[in-house]
Design a protein around this ligand. Structure first.
Ligand SMILES: Cc1ncc(COP(=O)(O)O)c(C=O)c1O
Length: 392
């Protein structure tokens, strides 16, 4: 306490309501329940919670997770199709290093999760936007692109997509396109990396079926890898998530040098997560935060009603984000400066596109970090900045 070195990645700036961060409201982190789970883990498992763990992740967590996903009709996996990772970001980094070779192409949706673009860019691969239209990624045109790339001797190693309650748009891909993508993967062997981080944060009806599960249910034989995370549902500081993959991929992951050497990543946290899940604390917490984030979404959407003349306010059915298209002549960059003067900030749209090739008049607002009262305040500050920007 009081040291020189930061404790957190992000601490709020005085008075600024920064809706650019996709972070949880600190008051919704399960401090007490996690404390109980930690104590119970040590009581139940003793030294086994503190030893080197199984390379693919500890049995208690994988077994609970599988049962939980099964109950959600989302498993499609047996225990050997899981690899516990240090969160979704780590999973993406691991998959990039195991599934690609230098010079490969990684296809991505547009817009897409900006830090995934950063993670892929750490590898010697070329990032390329897959064709999209107003409904998201376009399977037919993506297939044409694959053929063109193949003719040119290029190898598209994988396609990255957040099809459910996407970051940054909050949208979900239609069932028809999900099927078409799974079918495309089965026919062309294109690996699809499905980032399923927001699945559990569904506010209306259950989330659409994952590509992973769809493929398993229909027996398509597609190459879908699903990435999950406990960052949004429990806490980002756990740095805990998982990969669902075919067994040979799981085997390759367990053979990575530092996994082979040190065992499963984040073993003690994974064991505590197993306790948190098995005790029912996870489902209880999830139903609490679903209500809270739904309220925040509704509050921000309603409060932005004031600026409806300028922008259409989408109402995402899950996740943490609103994606707004700005009025004619207003760019995210110019609005940013004005907004900050009014004490509000957002994520500029262009960072969610490969090479910033789009999104210049779009912004992402996250409703996860602030209280409903603060969101009302943020919306009125943003409205004021928008009115000014439109007036020029
Ligand atoms: C789509 C998506 N994937 C992955 C992550 C990061 O997940 P983790 O904290 O598990 O690394 C985020 C967090 O913002 C996200 O929005």
């Amino acid at each position: 306490v009081g040291g020189q070195i930061a404790t957190l990645q992000f601490e709020g700036q005085n008075g600024l309501l920064d809706l650019g961060w996709g972070h949880p409201d600190p008051s919704l982190l399960p401090v007490r329940a996690w404390n109980t789970a930690t104590t119970n883990t040590l009581t139940t498992f003793g030294w086994k919670a503190l030893a080197y763990g199984n390379a693919a992740g500890p049995g208690p967590l994988i077994e609970w997770l599988q049962t939980h996903l099964e109950a959600e009709r989302e498993s499609g996996a047996d225990g050997h199709d899981f690899f516990i990772s240090a969160g979704a970001s780590h999973a993406l980094s691991l998959l990039t290093s195991t599934m690609t070779v230098p010079g490969d192409i990684v296809l991505v949706d547009s817009p897409t999760y900006h830090f995934a673009l950063r993670i892929f860019a750490d590898a010697p691969v070329e990032l390329m936007a897959a064709p999209t239209d107003s409904s998201g990624i376009h399977p037919g045109r993506t297939e044409e692109l694959l053929l063109r790339l193949k003719r040119d001797g290029r190898r598209p190693a994988m396609l990255y997509i957040v099809p459910t309650f996407a970051n940054p748009t909050g949208r979900s891909l239609s069932d028809e396109r999900r099927r078409a993508l799974v079918d495309l993967s089965a026919r062309t062997h294109l690996t699809i990396v499905e980032d399923d981080t927001y699945r559990e944060l569904a506010y209306e009806s259950p989330a659409p079926e994952s590509l992973w599960h769809l493929d398993r249910r229909l027996g398509c034989g597609a190459a879908v890898l699903r990435v999950g995370s406990f960052s949004k549902t429990v806490a980002p500081g756990l740095r805990l998530g998982w990969i669902n993959a075919q067994r040979d991929v799981v085997r390759r992951l367990t053979q990575i040098g530092y996994v082979d050497s040190g065992g499963g990543v984040n073993h003690s946290t994974a064991m505590t997560m197993a306790t948190f899940g098995r005790s029912g604390a996870y489902t209880e917490h999830l139903s609490h935060i679903r209500k809270e984030y739904r309220l925040r979404r509704d509050t921000l959407v309603a409060a932005l009603g004031e600026v409806e003349d300028f922008v259409t306010i989408p109402k995402p059915l899950g996740g943490w984000f609103l994606w707004l298209s700005l009025p004619e002549g207003v760019t995210a960059r110019t609005l940013e400066a004005r907004s900050r003067r009014h004490g509000v900030a957002f994520a500029q749209g262009s960072q969610f596109f490969v090479a910033n090739a789009g999104g210049h008049s779009q912004i992402r607002l996250s409703f996860s970090l602030f209280s409903p009262e603060q969101l009302v305040d943020a919306a009125s500050r943003l409205s004021a900045a928008l009115v000014e920007a439109v007036a020029g």
